[in-house]
Write a protein that binds this ligand. Structure first.
Ligand code: FAD
Length: 447
């Protein structure tokens, strides 16, 4: 019998909870990755940079397993339930290990796969790896999960202090912190699944995709950047944030290692990682947010949903330069600075009165670091419909935001070269009129 370890959003060999437990089982461990057609079939861009990155990382893991450990990795392309049916026929599977995913689709998929595995007489085991704390670990004193960030983050931090003592550091190596007690089994010492020849892997083109011209940010970030993060994070014209989003998304770095480091270096940075846990637990506990407002009353807003205006917003042609710069940065690089994400999202929902779900879906298509929980949390925050939203009558003024965060137009000039010339469009709406219209519309819905 063998143990299968199913990689998903945890594409690393170090400090990987589910893999650790698979190796501890004593069975030979065969790692597995499935390129999931339920997800891939829905992508319209056949040069999607995230798919190319995923393919590259899976290939890298597979070679690391082959070259370093005499092991290999099964890589399949298909619909997970069908792939699993075939695998359970092909191999003598004793146990299956994986890490938990909190998205509604993933939970449903894992439920069906667990059933198949159990029906075949094997065990299905899943572990926390993607977040520091899950919903039931950070609860209010009176019980129940938090829906407001500040008290949540206070409890989260006190928990981290307790847990910190069980984090292990490799002798003197701050990067090699691990959640697990030593000695922990590694692929070197535990039984890896040995194959006579490397197993095949589908190419990008086999799956109907091609390489992308978009560059993926590095998985390493300097100590200096994290140290000064609180001073640099709000200025979109400089590289003042980590750009680690895509690596957290796919688990190519460990959240435990980064949180541990952040707790030593910069509390503001740690706070951002807490937002990530916060939104993951909100989605896990309230799956309805994936397509409806967290606060039900906000589903009654009469959105204008003007398609021409939406197109202008997508293309960065609204005549509000900070909004346009953000959208163009997103279209060209797959990234948008957090401050500008807030401004563009607020502009779409409040100035243009376009349903936050339209904006959310556009970001989902374009962002390298796209993550359902954080994207949805960010959009619902901007629309005012979310957990921890500012009152709806606080409408961002894009011009005031620009004066505060891009006073010298450095960011704007980088992305909107025609700004200040006659080629640059006039504002699509007047701020004052749009603000009044927004307040009236929200008031009508919310009473
Ligand atoms: P840094 O500022 O260096 O922060 C480090 C890490 O902390 C990030 O990589 C991310 O994992 C986490 N983080 C930071 N801010 C937040 C936050 N507000 N909420 C949750 N996690 C956070 N983040 C995503 O990871 N995926 C998304 O799809 C996403 N969509 C967003 C949509 C909107 C409308 C808004 C307002 C925010 C969104 N965010 C999203 C949050 C945030 O903008 C990005 O995480 C951040 O800009 C990524 O850049 P960075 O890696 O340089 O972040």
């Amino acid at each position: 019998k063998i143990a299968l370890f199913w990689f998903r959003r945890d594409l690393r060999l170090q400090d990987n909870a589910g893999l650790y437990h698979a190796l501890k089982s004593g069975l030979p461990v065969l790692p597995l990755f499935i390129f999931d057609r339920n997800i891939l079939d829905d992508l319209d861009d056949r040069e999607d940079a995230r798919v190319a990155f995923l393919h590259e990382r899976v290939g890298h893991l597979k070679s690391a397993l082959e070259e370093g450990y005499g092991s290999s990795m099964l890589v399949r392309y298909g619909y997970p339930e069908e792939v699993w049916k075939a695998l359970l026929d092909e191999y003598e599977v004793g146990q299956v290990y994986t890490n938990r995913d909190y998205e509604p689709y993933a939970k449903k998929r894992d439920g069906s796969v667990a059933q198949l595995v159990e029906d075949a007489g094997a065990g299905f085991h899943h572990f926390k790896d993607h977040v520091i704390f899950e919903a039931e670990e950070v609860q209010k004193k009176a019980g129940g999960t938090y829906t407001v960030f500040t008290p949540y983050s206070r409890t989260w931090k006190s928990k981290l202090k307790e847990r910190m003592s069980s984090f292990q550091t490799e002798d003197g190596d701050q990067e090699a912190v691990s959640y697990y007690l030593k000695p922990y089994p590694t692929l070197k010492y535990a039984k890896a699944f040995a194959t006579a020849a490397p197993l095949p892997m589908p190419s990008l083109s086999d799956m109907g995709f091609a390489p992308s011209a978009i560059e993926i940010p590095s998985a390493t970030v300097s100590r200096k950047l994290i140290k000064h993060y609180d001073q640099t994070r709000d200025i979109p014209s400089i590289n003042g944030t980590s750009r680690l989003g895509i690596h957290f998304r796919f688990g190519t770095i460990s959240i435990r290692q980064k949180a541990w480091r952040a707790s030593k270096l910069n509390e503001t940075f740690l706070n951002e990682l807490i937002w990530r846990d916060f939104y993951a637990q909100i989605l896990d506990e309230n799956p309805h947010v994936a397509n409806r407002s967290f606060r039900e009353a906000y589903d009654h807003i009469e959105w204008r949903n003007d398609e021409t205006e939406f197109k202008k917003w997508c293309e960065g042609k609204t005549g509000y330069p900070i909004v346009d710069a953000g959208m163009r940065e997103l279209n060209q690089t797959g990234y948008m600075h957090n401050r500008v994400r807030m401004i563009t999202a607020s502009f779409l929902t409040k100035h243009l009165l376009i349903d936050w779900r339209w904006g959310e879906a556009y970001f989902a298509k374009k962002l390298l670091d796209y993550d359902l929980a954080s994207n949805n949390g960010g959009w619902q925050w901007a629309a005012g419909s979310g957990t921890d939203a500012a009152p709806y009558f606080r409408v961002f003024n894009p011009t005031a935001q620009q004066q505060k965060f891009d006073k010298e137009y450095k960011y704007i000039k980088q992305w909107v070269p025609e700004f200040g010339t006659s080629r640059y469009p006039k504002p699509i709406v007047d701020h004052k009129i749009a603000r009044e219209r927004c307040l009236e519309t929200y008031k009508a819905a919310l009473g």
